[in-house]
Design a protein around this ligand. Structure first.
Ligand code: AMP
Length: 218
């Protein structure tokens, strides 16, 4: 089974992706996390990606697709995957379909997590990430037990460069410019599922994950 998570940065893709991956025994593949790992390890790919990431721009398809294809070859993907942050362009969606088809797989669901932008801006401002294992916290709603320290691995929590307000605005703009074509693409393929989430909708990321999990297990 392959599930694609659509939704703006900060919409809860990471949280929902982790829960679904664990409970459905699927690999959780976040292209943002893969890029950040490359950045941390100062690889050639990381160096190329950094200039785009720091501005909140998309890394060119050529680089992103190659990285994703390599990750999809790993053994843990045999059972399927939750793709978190990929595809972000229609070209990436087409490449993904071709790749999956060659493996006898397809996108079973494109989950569009729809959270109002004003809620997202506040969420991202309160967000802290672990330098060690990339676990995400919200200092107001989901704080770590000990301030500044990751509950999972004891790593240091920090605010990512791209979680700063100016960059967040740009990431949201980039999202707005590309989301519609992806939503249309998956709607035409009859796999689109839109979930309104967030405070105003009265639905947390955990509730969305639970609902989708139940549905997929039917
Ligand atoms: P994320 O954590 O998913 O918001 O990703 C962080 C950054 O990584 C994005 O702002 C982009 O610069 C880059 N990135 C992640 N996934 C993709 C993708 N599928 N295509 C292009 N750039 C990406």
């Amino acid at each position: 089974m392959v599930i694609v998570l659509l939704g703006a940065p900060g919409s809860g893709k990471g949280t929902i992706g982790k829960i679904l991956a664990e409970n459905l025994k699927l690999a959780h593949i976040s292209t943002g996390d893969l890029f950040r790992e490359n950045l941390k390890n100062e690889t050639e790919l990381g160096k190329k990606a950094k200039e785009y990431m720091d501005k909140g721009e998309l890394v060119p398809d050529e680089i992103t697709v190659k990285m994703l294809e390599k990750r999809m070859e790993e053994p843990d993907v045999a059972n399927g995957a939750i793709l978190d942050g990929f595809p972000r362009t229609k070209n990436q969606a087409v490449v993904l379909d071709e790749l999956l088809e060659s493996k006898g797989k397809k996108v079973n669901m494109a989950l569009n997590i729809d959270v109002p932008f004003d809620e997202i801006v506040e969420r991202i401002a309160n967000r802290r990430s672990c330098r060690g294992c990339s676990e995400i916290y919200n200092v107001v709603f989901n704080p770590p037990k000990k301030e500044g320290i990751c509950d999972v691995c004891g790593g240091e929590l920090y605010q990512r460069e791209d979680q700063k307000p100016e960059v967040v605005q740009n990431r949201l703009k980039v999202y707005e410019n590309t989301a519609e074509e992806l939503i249309k693409y998956y709607n035409t393929k009859n796999v689109l599922r839109t979930e309104k989430a967030g405070d105003k909708a009265g639905k947390s990321s955990y509730e969305v994950a639970e609902e989708i999990e139940k549905e997929l297990k039917k």
